[in-house]
Design a binder for this molecule. Structure first.
Ligand SMILES: [Zn+2]
Length: 424
């Protein structure tokens, strides 16, 4: 009789332990707190004690009364081999956490054995409670308590912070909108540089209509905005960082400014391309005699070009248009940029025919010393050769960046799986 009792006791302890070890491998197997009444916490294994559960329950009910936000809290041991984020997303959508009209649900899944917490946010609040924000809240408010196995305290603080973040961006209609972010310094500088380019482009385009100049000169005036602007970019960035200070913290509506800038840039690019083509092919008269000129084709033009110019045109470092009067007595040679960018000016013959023929690493850079390489240059026209030695910078060990994966009844909310997760 006595031993039977002992056996029963052992059996029941084993059953209890089995219960504690239980794995919930399907979303259907998770006890739904809404089936017990208007509850939000699913804590079937009593991982947090009854008193802690009660306090969190009251907190979540109060949040729902104040804001209609539904926060489902699931604390279980394990989901086996399931992926926590997709499991949590499936559970969110299976239960339909959040009011359907607002999609203002948040599901918090705590997996003790996997040492993992996942936040899943509904469509209506994921603009505010972004994936990054979810991870930030977990890292700053929850994980330290979880490490000490004080799950209730971590959840209490994390839920308070999530609710504070949501409340801070709730407008009068109860819709959660992301607050316009102050533009970052790099965006301000970029916007400034783009604005300067648009300004210079537009003023060059318009002044070209006003000034009386040869089409070739008008073409060259557009070279700056079409090609050479990037040369002054470093200077603009330095000036821009200074001016950027004035605007810092000033919230810009990115969509409006972005759309306007993009439209202006496209208009400018189109105008520049169209005008340059127009200026290059515009009918012209001899500047001396005023006689009409015609453009010579490739086969005719070479006899009016120097040998170096022919080489430049062959290797595409420069382009030449040769215009001549009908009797070929007056000839006009007009130079344009080529498409090949690898050529530089030869120090001997002065044509744009110098290129990097070969580059050899003579000593490798290491983490402790610089290296060097030899660069051999040659001129395509006069075949002048020279070499120079370039120092290779010391290697820098890349620091590995810490990464975080972005991981009654419910109101029928849905989620696309936004949210974030953390391990502890
Ligand atoms: Zn040369």
């Amino acid at each position: 009789m006595f031993s039977t009792k002992i056996h029963l006791l052992i059996l029941s302890i084993t059953l209890c332990l089995g219960q504690l070890r239980a794995q919930y491998t399907t979303v259907q197997s998770i006890p739904d707190p809404k089936q017990r009444g208007n509850f939000f916490v699913s804590n079937p294994l009593n991982i947090i004690n009854a008193e802690e559960e009660q306090e969190l329950e009251q907190k979540l009910q109060q949040i729902e009364r104040e804001s209609t936000i539904e926060i489902a809290l699931v604390i279980i041991n394990s989901i086996g081999n399931n992926n926590p984020k997709s499991f949590a997303t499936d559970l969110f959508n299976y239960w339909g956490v959040g009011k359907a009209s607002k999609d203002n649900g948040l599901l918090i899944l705590v997996l003790i054995e996997e040492r993992r917490i996942e936040f899943i946010t509904g469509y209506g609040i994921n603009q505010v409670l972004t994936d990054q924000k979810c991870v930030d809240i977990q890292q700053s408010y929850i994980i330290s308590h979880f490490k000490q196995e004080d799950y209730a305290r971590g959840l209490d603080r994390g839920i308070s912070e999530a609710y504070r973040v949501l409340n801070a961006s709730r407008d009068a209609d109860g819709v959660y909108r992301a607050q316009p972010k102050p533009t970052s310094r790099i965006e301000q500088i970029l916007l400034l540089v783009i604005s300067i380019w648009v300004l210079i482009s537009l003023s060059t385009i318009f002044s070209n209509f006003l000034v009386k100049k040869e089409p070739y000169e008008k073409y060259k005036r557009l070279d700056f905005v079409a090609n050479d602007f990037w040369v002054i970019l470093p200077i603009l960035f330095i000036i821009g960082s200074g001016i950027g200070l004035w605007f810092s913290g000033y919230p810009l509506n990115h969509q409006i400014y972005g759309t306007i800038s993009l439209a202006l840039v496209l208009i400018c690019i189109y105008s520049i391309v169209a005008l340059r083509s127009h200026y290059r092919h515009a009918k012209r008269n001899c500047p001396k005699t005023g006689k009409p000129m015609a453009i010579l084709d490739e086969s005719e033009e070479d006899e009016y070009l120097a040998k170096g110019q022919v080489t430049e045109e062959r290797i595409k470092s420069k382009q030449y248009d040769v215009w001549a009067t009908h009797d070929k007595t007056e000839v006009l040679v007009l130079q344009y940029k080529g498409t090949a960018r690898k050529y530089s000016t030869c120090s001997k013959c002065s044509y744009t025919t110098n290129y990097l023929r070969n580059s050899v690493v003579t000593s490798r850079a290491t983490y402790t010393s610089t290296g060097s390489k030899r660069q051999d240059y040659e001129c395509k026209h006069c075949h002048h050769k020279y070499s120079k030695t370039v120092t290779l910078p010391m290697l820098v060990e890349s620091s590995s960046s810490s990464s975080s994966s972005s991981g009654g009844s419910w109101g029928g909310g849905s989620s696309g799986g936004s949210g974030g997760g953390s391990s502890w």
